[in-house]
Each structure stands twice: as C-alpha cells, then as structure tokens.
Design a protein around this ligand. Sequence first.
Ligand SMILES: CC(C)(COP(=O)(O)OP(=O)(O)OC[C@H]1O[C@@H](n2cnc3c(N)ncnc32)[C@H](O)[C@@H]1OP(=O)(O)O)[C@@H](O)C(=O)NCCC(=O)NCCS
Length: 213
Amino acid sequence: MTTKPILILGTYMLAEEMADLISEMPGWRVAGFVENLDRARCRPLLGLPVHWIDDVKELAHDHFAICGISTTHRVAFIEQALAAGLRFPRLVHPTARVSSTTTLDEGVFISGGVQVAAHTNIGKHVFVNRGALIGHHTTIEDYVTIQPGANVAGACHVERCAWISMSAVVLDRKRIGCHSIVGAGAVVTLDVPSHVQVVGVPARVIKENVAGK
Ligand SMILES: CC(C)(COP(=O)(O)OP(=O)(O)OC[C@H]1O[C@@H](n2cnc3c(N)ncnc32)[C@H](O)[C@@H]1OP(=O)(O)O)[C@@H](O)C(=O)NCCC(=O)NCCS
C-alpha cells in the first residue's frame, strides 16, 4: 500500500507517542517532526529528521501535518504550519470507533480505544487521547483536548480550547466554557463558565482567569 508522509508538530513525549500510534494507521508514514521554539532541538528524533518550522514550506507539496502537543496554546504552532502550506488530515487509530454519523474536522487526532457516539461534531485540531468516551449529539469545538479515559456524555457542548483531564466525567447536556480546564477525576454536574479551572466531585471552580493549559 502506498503511504502518505506526515510530519508531527512537536518534539516532546507526546510527539513520540503519536508517532507510535500513526505507525499503526494504514496509509500513513511518519516522515519527521517539526520544532518552532528551540532550534537546538532540530536533531534526529526516533531516527527521523526534526525540521525547523521555517523550512517546512519546501515539503508542503506532498507532506501532511498533525499536531503532537496537547496544550491548548498549540493554536499558534498550527497556524504557522498552515501558513507554510501544510495540510492537516483527520487521523483515527484503528482501535477507535467513531460513528459514521459523526463529523471530524481537519487536524483531529483520535487515539487508541476512543469511542465517539452518533451525531456528534468534532472541530478542528481536537485531540482525543487514549480510551476517552464522547457521547452522542455532542459538540466539541476547535482546539479542545480530551485526555485519557475522560467521559463526556451526550448532548454536551465543549467550547474552543477547553481542556478535559483524564478520567473526568461530564454529565449529559452540560457546557464547558472556552479555555476552561476540568481537573482529573472531576464530575461536572453544572455548566462550567469560560476561563476557569474546576476540580472535584461535584466539580467546583478553584481558579478564575484561566487561559487554557
Ligand atoms: C486540574 C489540574 C490541571 C490542576 O493543576 P494546577 O493548576 O497546577 O493545580 P495545583 O497543582 O496548583 O493545585 C491546586 C489545588 O487543587 C488541587 N487539585 C489539583 N488537581 C486536582 C484534581 N484533579 N482533583 C482535586 N483536586 C485537585 C490541589 O491539591 C491543590 O489543592 P490545595 O490548594 O488545597 O493544595 C491538574 O491537577 C490535573 O488534573 N491535571 C490533569 C493531568 C492530565 O489529565 N494529564 C493527562 C496526561 S496524558
């Protein structure tokens, strides 16, 4: 089978984890990594080249890209890659199950063991980590991160750049505001406003003026 070359944005541990997951996705071949902050990190990683962001335009005619960092501040890096001409596919690990009635926007990464139920919409560059569950008729806006084992129920709405930690539970029809953080193991029983951090069971606001994670 022919494989399409893909570059992973980022050079830290998540980028290595994503290379491993992509190696199990038919039709794709990790061709290298991209760095945008520290030129000293442009040395081979996992035996593959690490390109400086300004140099990737030369590869954009046939290379694709996916973001390999989970912080919601990844927006800037993705915009640099888009400006260089790189295109972002939707990547779904073969052990995940995504309903055929669900829409995935460009740059979405669905890791191993994830389940996405019917009639859900997942926005651009959303990262869904191992084993997370997303219910039916739910909306996940652009640049959201959903960490391992989180369980977002049906008819929820997670706004742009929100960050849902591992094993958090979001009850049906709840809304998570933009740039807010839901802590590990929290149970969200009420709507969460924008720009706050909530933790605990039931989840309560412990920080305000939060700008993502
Ligand atoms: C919510 C979270 C982001 C908070 O990080 P933080 O802002 O650095 O918080 P702090 O460590 O300063 O803790 C602030 C307070 O909240 C408490 N707290 C932090 N996380 C908590 C959690 N998940 N549940 C309950 N309490 C929590 C701390 O004990 C501390 O309490 P104290 O003030 O009484 O001592 C972090 O704890 C968390 O849950 N991270 C998730 C990690 C994750 O999902 N990783 C995925 C890896 S693949």
